[in-house]
Write a protein that binds this ligand. Structure first.
Ligand SMILES: NC(=O)c1ccc[n+]([C@@H]2O[C@H](COP(=O)([O-])OP(=O)(O)OC[C@H]3O[C@@H](n4cnc5c(N)ncnc54)[C@H](OP(=O)(O)O)[C@@H]3O)[C@@H](O)[C@H]2O)c1
Length: 166
């Protein structure tokens, strides 16, 4: 599986159960990367979407202790790994939030990281991949002007991917 995340300059990713920024270039990148794929998220991230509704045209798998008829709801990581057996590993994208990224990071091969060069005043953070053993910056994107922000689309690679569902 892979993951996709947008981080600020402190690796912050959210506050008040919402994103730090609304950047249309990043939204388009997220849509293009995940369209038609399987998106794995935590309960808070699902509840942060408009109306608490799943992402359209994607298989939504939600790790939650609650039930939800609109998505594939799994109660823990064992159930998640079982559910993911039905899909090709390269089609699976972890889309947050902080708790789910942290728990699934060891199982991810690639991290698609949008860097936003600003301080969003975050309350929740992603692990700093520049300081994490086993992770290397594989692709450093060009810096792009996106509205009021400068952003960059980077890709990190995990050299020590943990296998799941065995
Ligand atoms: N910048 C980005 O790219 C990005 C992307 C996504 C989200 N975010 C932000 O991240 C924040 C949300 O992160 P978060 O850490 O609070 O929430 P989260 O990871 O989305 O969800 C946490 C919830 O997931 C469920 N959960 C997590 N681990 C579980 C386990 N092992 N077994 C069963 N259930 C489990 C529980 O759900 P229940 O409470 O439903 O039982 C838990 O309350 C928001 O601010 C959001 O906007 C940022």
């Amino acid at each position: 599986m892979n993951l996709i995340v947008a981080v600020d300059e402190k690796w912050g990713i959210g506050k008040n159960n919402d994103l730090l920024f609304s950047i249309k270039e990043d939204m388009a990148y997220f849509r293009a990367t995940t369209m038609g794929k399987v998106v794995v998220m935590g309960g808070n991230t699902l509840r942060s979407f408009p109306g608490g509704k799943p992402l359209k045209n994607r298989v939504n798998v939600v790790v939650t202790r609650h039930t939800d008829e609109d998505v594939i709801a799994v109660a823990n990581l064992d159930e998640l790994f079982c559910a993911l057996k039905d899909y090709a590993d390269e089609d699976i994208f972890v889309v947050g939030g902080a708790s789910i990224y942290h728990q699934l990071l060891p199982y991810c091969k690639k991290a698609y990281v949008t860097k936003v060069f600003a301080d969003g005043g975050a309350e929740v953070f992603f692990d700093n991949l520049d300081e994490m053993d086993g992770w290397t910056l594989a692709t450093k994107g060009e810096e792009i002007k996106a509205g009021d922000y400068t952003i960059r689309f980077d890709v990190y690679q995990n050299q020590t991917v943990k296998k799941y569902g065995e």
